[in-house]
Design a protein around this ligand. Structure first.
Ligand code: FMN
Length: 206
């Protein structure tokens, strides 16, 4: 319990990564698969990732991220992609799994598919769903990474169109954030964590 709380409360956006440390592909994949246990509406998992690890590609990505140095210094950068057509593209796999596991009867499948797809027809609604679920996945990545001794830094500072062109991402997909991942540079200190609103400032219990 204490350890779990520490993973959350001691997470920081790491500005200084150790540029000399690499992460094996297998470890990145493990972190991402653990993180993919994150929840999503109807379990549709509307997220995709492209992990930018190659030295030259990181340099190109850094320029697209308005020259944020951490992009180059981090061991890798996870580009999070939200698929606004996931409702259509993922529904069959989800329903098949539900049928196999006994969540639903085979004859209920078609009506449920119709219901799920309806929710993704309006582009604004689909965008919200895709981004909401992908952001939950992103947060889970940041906590999971710490459980493996790694640190992260989420970023929204990039030219999205340039990033899409660079990675060949379809127009109907969006990029909610890029997460730099790696090991903190032990010779650098972060400033203390900045102010967090107190419960009375952001919430109420009724
Ligand atoms: C979606 C998102 C986008 C962010 N984009 C950037 C960014 O482009 N550059 C940057 O230096 N920090 C970025 N940050 C980091 C925030 O500034 C940071 O989380 C906040 O100041 C709190 O600091 P902490 O994460 O160390 O607690 C981003 C954070 C989030 C959640």
């Amino acid at each position: 319990m204490k350890e779990c709380l520490k993973l959350i409360t001691e997470r920081r956006s790491i500005t200084f990564f150790d540029p000399n440390r690499e992460i094996p592909d297998e470890l990145i994949k493990e972190i991402l698969e653990v993180s993919a246990t994150a929840p999503s509406g109807y379990n549709l998992q509307p997220w995709e990732v492209i992990v930018v690890k190659d030295k030259n590609k990181k340099k190109e990505l850094m320029e697209i991220c308005y020259n944020q140095k951490k992009v180059e210094e981090a061991s890798a950068n996870i580009v999070l992609i939200a698929n606004t057509r996931a409702g259509f593209e993922h529904v069959d796999k989800v329903l098949q799994s539900w049928e196999e596991l006994g969540y639903i009867r085979p004859e209920a499948k078609e009506a449920l598919k119709e219901q799920i797809i309806t929710g993704w027809q309006d582009p604004q609604r689909a965008l919200r769903k895709a981004i909401r679920d992908t952001a939950l996945f992103g947060m889970t990545i940041m906590i999971t990474a710490r459980a493996y001794g790694l640190e992260t830094h989420p970023m929204e500072g990039y030219d999205e169109q340039k990033l899409k062109n660079f990675l060949g991402i379809e127009d109907y997909k969006v990029i909610p954030m890029v997460i730099a991942i790696g090991y903190k540079n032990p010779s650098k200190e972060l400033l203390p964590r900045a102010y967090r609103f107190k419960f009375e400032e952001f919430g109420r219990i009724i």
